[in-house]
Ligand binder design. Structure first.
Ligand code: N01
Length: 484
């Protein structure tokens, strides 16, 4: 139960990270919190994305909270709907729903007189600590293609899938070949009347068979401890191999490189198609795509990969630069997200009246991905430069939530009234990030959503384990701390 000194905590977002924060608070006996959720269900990205073929390309044993294994995974790579079911179950079983204000969008939050005043359409509320858990790929990015709105048929973003549209009898135009476009193509190729894939830049695709998990499912249901070795193995594999390969040359990088090259060579016979599908950049420069069905799908009859640039969209379909009209019945934009939106368009206003928009004018930055100078008692989950590249975000959220909890505990025990990272410590941290980034493969010359305004990737340039180390022991000297 909360004591008189227990801070009130406002959490924005009931996705994977917001739920994690709630569980950490409840485990410490802190129930003085409110979660704001603009939608009517938990789940965040796994609630919003429902496109055909949706799954997570991180092995399922490692895509669950370390303290709550999920015996229900049916495959090596979890299906989107299974992740959503898992998160729903977590919210139910841990009694989190009663703390959530569903259908309540936070318009703004302002730090005034030592507290955060949160404004929603339902009114204002005040908190000692504000935690943003809004994810980072949340705001759909629609392509800036002339005539986009003139298309006569159904047209929607991959993250806003219109399930009222029946697909098998349709000609579908799919714009975008990132992780999402590849998953949609693998699911629909050969199963719809026509699939026209508009590819601006080819992607390297690593094969990864998605095996079924039924035997394990039965066993883990009976003996949850059996999930631990799987979690430990995949934790090691994902952080060391996926985590190490992009940041330095070596065995892991060569392994993925060769895997992608041979996957294309062996899977695609037609030379013209192979040429079309050969990316101009190094494997892993863009976020690596994993799929064992993509190359087979693009070779199905009725599937065409179109590499001529898109000139415009008209009511009947897509017109490419060569003047050809590609007639389609449905248009899908798998064109990604505004990865720099973070909490925005919400207005967050700090102690000196400056908004996060103003402070982040040249690009989002943070102290160790979790805090921003001038914004006392604000903590971010999945903030700028979090280790998000081909990683499981669940342990990242856990580390960041533990860090937030540490500060909340200091407040609860009266040791701290307010805290915010200093400008100097934040500058030093971001300078070290900037000097490490050019050595990563993400900076090797490609266009990707990792890249920020200055052309440098906005990801964590070291092994994800270092992120854990950075958060494990808070450096109080890096903060301006006021006692209550
Ligand atoms: O988006 P993207 P995504 N005209 O930005 C193209 C996560 N995720 O939704 O490469 C034509 O990667 C663009 O072309 P180009 C994961 O972190 C995870 O696919 O810029 N094309 C590109 O092909 C992933 O990285 C899972 O030249 C245009 C595509 O659209 C992130 O989400 C599954 C265009 C956008 O690719 C984003 O993936 C799915 C235009 N005007 C997603 N504008 C997991 O399994 C853009 N494009 C965990």
């Amino acid at each position: 139960m909360a004591t008189a000194a227990t801070p009130r905590v406002g959490i924005i977002g009931a996705g994977m990270s917001g739920l994690c924060m709630a569980m950490k608070l409840l485990d410490e006996g802190i129930d003085s919190f409110v979660i704001y959720e603009q939608a009517d269900d938990v789940g965040g990205t796994w609630r919003d994305n429902t496109y055909p073929g949706l799954h997570c390309d991180v092995p399922s044993p490692y895509y669950s909270y370390s303290f709550l294994p999920n015996p229900e995974w049916s495959r090596m790579m979890p299906l989107g709907e299974e992740i959503q079911q898992y998160l729903r179950r977590v919210a139910d079983e841990r009694g989190i729903r009663r703390y959530i204000r569903f259908g309540t969008e936070v318009r703004s939050a302002e730090y005034r007189d030592g507290r955060w005043r949160v404004t929603t359409d339902d009114g204002d509320d005040e908190f000692d600590v504000l935690i943003t858990a809004t994810g980072f790929l949340r705001v759909p990015r629609y392509p800036d293609i002339p005539g986009r709105d003139t298309f006569a048929g159904p047209a929607f973003h991959s993250a806003r899938w219109d399930h009222s549209v029946s697909l098998p009898d349709k000609r579908i135009g799919l714009i975008g070949t990132g992780s999402t476009g590849v998953q949609i193509t693998a699911a629909l190729g050969g199963k719809v009347k026509q699939l026209k894939v508009f590819q601006r830049t080819a992607q390297w695709v690593a094969p990864w068979p998605n095996m079924h998990y039924r035997p394990r499912r039965a066993m883990v249901s009976r003996f949850p401890a059996l999930a631990r070795p799987g979690y430990a193995f995949w934790s090691w594999f994902v952080t060391s191999v996926f985590g190490g390969a992009p940041i330095r040359p070596g065995l892991a990088r060569s392994y993925f490189r060769q895997m992608c090259i041979w996957n294309l060579r062996l899977s695609v016979r037609d030379r013209a198609l192979k040429k079309k599908l050969t990316p101009p950049d190094e494997p892993m420069c863009k976020r690596l795509v994993f799929s064992s069905g993509y190359y087979a799908a693009v070779q199905q009859s009725g599937v065409e990969v179109i590499t001529d640039g898109i000139d415009h969209i008209e009511p009947r379909g897509v017109v490419t630069a060569d003047g050809r009209l590609h007639e389609v019945d449905v248009l899908v934009f798998a064109t990604g997200f505004d990865a720099r939106a973070y909490v925005r368009p919400m207005q967050i206003i700090g102690a000196d009246g400056r908004s996060l928009d103003e402070v982040w004018e040249d690009g989002p930055y943070a102290y160790r991905s979790v805090a921003v100078p001038g914004f006392p008692n604000l903590l971010m989950l999945m903030g700028p430069h979090s280790p998000i590249a081909n990683q499981s975000l669940v342990p990242v959220a856990e580390d960041q939530a533990d860090y937030a909890l540490w500060w909340i505990e200091q407040m609860r025990h009266g040791r701290v009234g307010s805290f915010a990272p200093t400008e100097a410590a934040t500058k030093l941290y971001n300078e070290s990030i900037e000097s490490a980034l050019p050595q990563t493969i993400w900076s090797s010359g490609c266009n990707s959503w990792y890249l920020g305004k200055n052309g440098l990737p906005e990801v964590f340039p070291w092994n994800p384990l270092r992120h854990r180390e950075l958060l494990r022991s808070p450096v109080v000297a890096d903060f301006e701390v006021l006692n209550s």
